[in-house]
Design a protein around this ligand. Sequence first.
Ligand code: NAI
Ligand code: SOE
Length: 398
Amino acid sequence: MKKINVGLIGGGFMGKAHSLAYSAVPMFFWPTEIMPVKHTIAEFTDKMAEEAATRFGFENSTSNWKSIVENPDIDLVDIATPNNSHAEIAIAALAAGKNVICEKPLARTVEEAAAMYAAARESKAVNMVAFNYRRTPAVALAKKYIDEGAIGKITNFRATYLQDWSADPNSPLSWRFQKSVAGSGAVGDILTHVLDMARYLAGEVTEVSAITNHIITERPLQQSGSDSLGNSKGGADAPKGPVDVEDEVMSLLKFASGAIGSVEATRNAWGRNNFITLEIHGSEGSIYFNYENRDELQVCFKSDEGDRRGFRTVYTGPNHPNGAALWPIPALGIGYGETKIIEAHDLFTAIAGGEPVRPDFGDGYQVALIDDAILKSAATGQWTKVPQLDRATGQVSA
Ligand code: NAI
Ligand code: SOE
């Protein structure tokens, strides 16, 4: 059995999710030739790193992420830090020959994403960007139906990603509200997830027309580094600092296929917690997915008789993509954790086989190009073309 020594950088929300996945992969995907070993975890201080190692089951801890990159025993560097350190860590890790998984968004800017993609192309190691929602079995089933032609030629793609954790102005000024750290607001943080699924399901986005809104312009300063996602509140009298990223975004899309679409994202929609919806219309039918009911895929086929035509519910289970390794009965309940377990399994399989895995840094770069076009369109009020990455040459069209 091949051991894969993991060096995880960042012990926050994603540190927890990725650690869970590393423990769980062999429990679900068995028998296996690959055994992940939680080798070293890095956090800001020695104390934080030691605590994270104890909590998440790592053998070693460090307050210096560079020691992970430089350690010849480490096979995989996992970047689960805020967005401003993704580029520096990933480029160093790839240069050291490490396999790398990097949390989304790949980078703060197109320039950073381009440099990361260039480093990935120089390396023989595996690279992956953690757009895990596409691995939800129902989303993978939607992809299967589309690839099989079950809904025909796609004419329309529409998606939402609505949350409410930042709707309260006393939700503190965490790193997600600072452009210097996050790069952008709702666009980079959550719209990226639906843009990844838009590309996965409906193909390349070529042009966008977007608007953004900046609603809450200052928030209480926060002391600690990690983001409580609205679960801690600053007092109304607490000192405040400026929010310099957008709260909301809506964009029309044109696809290379000729399909049209719309995407929207906000973290200020009271009552919406992790409301990811996808609706795809084709010449032969339609597909609807709502992450709040993530075991379910709603499908409607034109071929059904007129008096029976309508959305039906398929509950994902062992017969569906990514499902066989999970639970033996459909509708038992698939959670966020499972998407990360599948993601980790696919990553390890790629590392063991020396094969590429998607979504990779090229995909993360193309999503960054769409983000950039959306922000430019919102600033200028113009339809804006999305430069396209040619994966064969590594060049981007004008
Ligand atoms: P968080 O704020 O909960 O945790 C980040 C952790 O990284 C903190 O504990 C912090 O102390 C640590 N850290 C920061 N810089 C460090 C450094 N130089 N060395 C060592 N540790 C360092 O943030 P969260 O939510 O875990 O987000 C991390 C990344 O994951 C972000 O890029 C975010 O966009 C992404 N993310 C992705 C999700 C997904 O569904 N794929 C979900 C949540 C976050
Ligand atoms: C906050 O909006 C957040 O944690 C995002 O950063 C993640 O990418 C998303 O999966 C859940 O919400």
